[in-house]
Design a protein around this ligand. Structure first.
Ligand code: SAM
Ligand code: SF4
Ligand code: SF4
Length: 394
């Protein structure tokens, strides 16, 4: 089984130049080089590893863990997402042209990216340029012709977000029938890949753990280890609470890093019931043990029950004492109107616009440089300890 996995991964690796580039980027030497530059405080750093394209803020679902799905966004987030118009596909192509020279890995997300009518054209264009491309989707809106074009495009990875089996998924996603729809599209992608004898796109499932699914996580592992997808990730929820916001504002009021308004961490999932941490820990441990041969990850991969308790019961406490945010050195998000923002769990700080400026002018804008300086000085803010970026390397 392991041997078979190894050879199929090797086959996939050598069949895609963009994947080879991706793995080369992960090499240790490159990591050391980035580290040295970071430590030496280069304010104009090397180019980012990833560019995140958000062609639309619209979504057809109402997921309880997601700011967008909750529709009761804070004003700052709302402005970052909803007030931006959607540019056309030619404008997106011109942005891809501006960033392709340093061979970044491109992720397309949203909102629901396939609600934007040009998303498949955009993927096709990114792949034509020879760049690594991944997409995250709820997979409910894809048509048969979309599926064929996505596979034909050479897309490297498709992440489908599934939070449970059947009604569990539907309840979390806020709409009946979404599990059936998503799984049926996924099945069609697998069948079309088989027909073409293709291993791409790699099919990845992302499941956010919440009080509504924590008792049924093994169902997700059982279902997808037998379904023909390549990997499965269980994600803890990213959030912040009132205590973190208050400390943030005490320390950083009147700066770019002040939080103007907050939902106080009241993500929907938190309202739907208490987490039973003992049960959650048992389920995580059981999945790790039972599905060792399959590509299953947990993000963050909390190493003990104590860490799990700290994660949920004392969110202001960092999981690792030397946790730092490297986001402004490694990524940039481009919104539906071409605006570039430094944004994580909490901040939405405008750093430029890719339609009006060159890549270098945005990436090394005064505002992005001042964010890097501050970030380097503090390492991480109080608001950061349950943001996805704090668990990533440089
Ligand atoms: C924001 S969605 C955008 C793309 C697409 N609509 C989808 O659902 O995949 C990207 C991923 O973030 C996950 N997500 C949303 N809110 C989250 C949160 N508070 N914590 C952890 N993951 C979250 C979703 O489940 C999804 O897998
Ligand atoms: S489908 Fe994606 S963007 Fe839409 S509400 Fe759910 S997680 Fe958020
Ligand atoms: S870790 Fe903190 S600074 Fe970095 S992206 Fe997340 S919230 Fe923003």
């Amino acid at each position: 089984m392991l041997k078979k996995n190894f050879f199929s991964r090797l086959r996939r690796l050598i069949s895609s130049p963009s994947l080879i580039a991706y793995h080369l980027k992960k090499m240790t030497l490159e990591k050391w080089w980035r580290r040295i530059k970071y430590e030496l405080d280069w304010s104009k750093p090397y180019y980012p590893k990833s560019i995140i394209l958000l062609p639309t803020a619209r979504c057809n679902l109402n997921c309880i863990s997601c700011n967008i799905g909750l529709r009761n966004l804070e004003k700052s987030v709302k402005q970052a997402f909803e007030k931006k118009k959607e540019i056309g596909i030619d404008e997106w192509r011109s942005i891809v042209d501006k960033i392709s020279f340093f061979n970044p890995m491109i992720s397309v997300s949203g909102g629901e990216p396939f609600l934007y009518p040009g998303t498949i054209n955009l993927i096709e264009y990114i792949k034509k340029k020879g760049l690594y491309c991944s997409v995250s989707t709820n997979a409910t809106t894809l048509k048969k012709s979309d599926i064929q074009r996505i596979v034909d495009s050479g897309l490297d990875m498709l992440t489908v977000s599934i939070d449970g089996i059947g009604e569990v998924h539907d309840q979390i996603r806020g709409m009946k029938g979404t599990f059936e729809k998503a799984v049926s599209k996924l099945g069609k992608i697998i069948a079309y890949k088989k027909e073409l004898k293709r291993s791409y796109p790699i099919l990845h499932i992302n499941c956010v753990m919440s009080p509504l699914n924590q008792g049924r996580l093994e169902d997700v592992a059982e279902f997808f280890t037998n379904f023909g997808v390549d990997s499965l990730n269980f994600s803890h929820i990213w959030f912040y609470n009132q205590e973190m916001v208050e400390l943030q504002n005490t320390l950083y009021s009147n700066t770019l890093f002040e939080i103007k308004e907050t939902l106080g961490g009241k993500f929907g999932a938190e309202k739907q019931g208490e987490r039973n941490l003992g049960e959650l820990w048992n389920k995580i441990s059981a999945i790790k043990e039972k599905y060792k041969g399959f590509n299953i990850s947990f993000l963050p991969d909390l190493k003990s029950f104590e860490e799990l308790e700290i994660y949920y019961q004392s969110p202001i406490t960092p999981i690792s004492n030397d946790a730092k945010c490297y986001a402004p050195w490694k990524a940039i998000e481009i919104y539906s109107n071409g605006d570039a923002e430094f944004s994580g769990a909490c901040f939405h700080i405008y750093v430029g616009n890719f339609l009006k400026q060159s890549f270098n002018d945005v990436w090394n804008s005064d505002s992005y440089i001042s964010i890097r300086k501050k970030m380097k000085e503090v390492g991480a803010f109080p608001i950061c300890s349950r943001c996805c970026y704090i668990f990533q390397e440089l």
